[in-house]
Ligand binder design. Structure first.
Ligand SMILES: C[S@@+](CC[C@H](N)C(=O)[O-])C[C@H]1O[C@@H](n2cnc3c(N)ncnc32)[C@H](O)[C@@H]1O
Length: 274
């Protein structure tokens, strides 16, 4: 009955009202019960580390201390804006909360690939109820002094708002990636880069190999939604190619336990050491 009422509300209510109801329903059904249960339940991520030097990087220690069962304020903010980074299907924002806790007040540059199209002709869209730019607005709220940049293959959803600039990019196209990083505002490099675009191995590696140098020293590059079937392939890629090709970086493949999602709730986190 609730599901039918919900579908009806989605069709009839103005999108803003529907989103508001959806968020408060999520708070009541997921966020608050989980916050309470997390006093008793603890789940930590499984992390495989790949480094040419230090076998125990500090950011990995931080990851291993994170209770990924416990939703955080960052999960709440991202879900309110319409992103799925911490809504329960994914729980990346539990990890981001601990990884970025000391960076929130700094004047960073943050870049995310993948704005969240509604157009079904593009791969990995967010469906008709999705909200293009959701995660960029989430980052803007969470990092009040940061400049936020984004890119997507769908021209029609590119946006410009206070502290947010977005650009066209097809991550499978070498020239498009080169043109992206040539934009004046992007030339100084990024402190955080997130790939939430085309979730394929070729798409991820194509963008990573042409973008890792854009990361500032001390920064983080993150690939979201890695399928569990791809972990072996990524392990091989990092071990045999990336460790040699990118000696200034530490790599961690992070599997987040999540009873709702055992398929694509994995991250690659890369830290630039120098
Ligand atoms: C999952 S959505 C991003 C969601 C958004 N980051 C959020 O959290 O709200 C994935 C996006 O990747 C974009 N995309 C698909 N293929 C792409 C490609 N080849 N290059 C760049 N972006 C692509 C889609 O248009 C879509 O907007």
């Amino acid at each position: 009955m609730f599901a039918t009422a919900y579908k009806y509300a989605n069709r009839t209510l103005p999108p803003r009202v529907y989103r508001f109801l959806k968020f408060y329903r999520w708070c009541a059904r997921f966020y608050l019960p989980r916050r309470i249960a997390a006093f008793f339940i603890r789940r930590t991520p499984r992390v495989r580390v790949f480094t040419a030097g230090n076998p125990n990087p500090q950011f990995v220690e931080q990851l291993l201390r994170t209770n990924v069962f416990a939703p955080t304020a960052m999960c709440r903010v991202m879900t309110r804006h319409g992103s799925d980074k911490g809504d329960g299907w994914h729980n990346y924002t539990t990890v981001y909360s601990s990884l970025f806790s000391n960076l929130r007040g700094r004047p960073l540059s943050i870049f995310e690939l993948g704005l969240g199209t509604n157009n079904p002709n593009f791969a990995f869209g967010m469906g008709p109820a999705g909200r293009p730019g959701a995660s960029l607005r989430g980052w803007r709220e969470l990092f009040p002094k940061a400049l936020i940049f984004g890119a997507d293959i769908d021209h029609s959803i590119l946006l410009k708002e206070d502290r947010i600039n977005t650009y066209y990019c097809d991550q499978l196209d070498e020239v498009a990636i080169r043109n992206l990083w040539a934009h004046a505002l992007l030339r100084e490099g990024m402190d955080i880069i997130i790939d939430d675009g085309l979730h394929t191995f070729d798409g991820n590696t194509s963008f990573l190999e042409r973008s890792l140098e854009q990361l500032r020293s001390g920064g983080f590059y993150i690939v979201e939604d890695i399928s569990r079937h791809m972990i072996v392939k990524w392990t091989h890629q990092i071990d045999t190619i990336y460790l040699t090709r990118f000696p200034n970086y530490e790599f961690a493949l992070v599997e987040l336990p999540n009873s709702s999602n055992c398929c694509d709730n994995n991250l690659l986190i890369i830290h630039r050491v120098r």
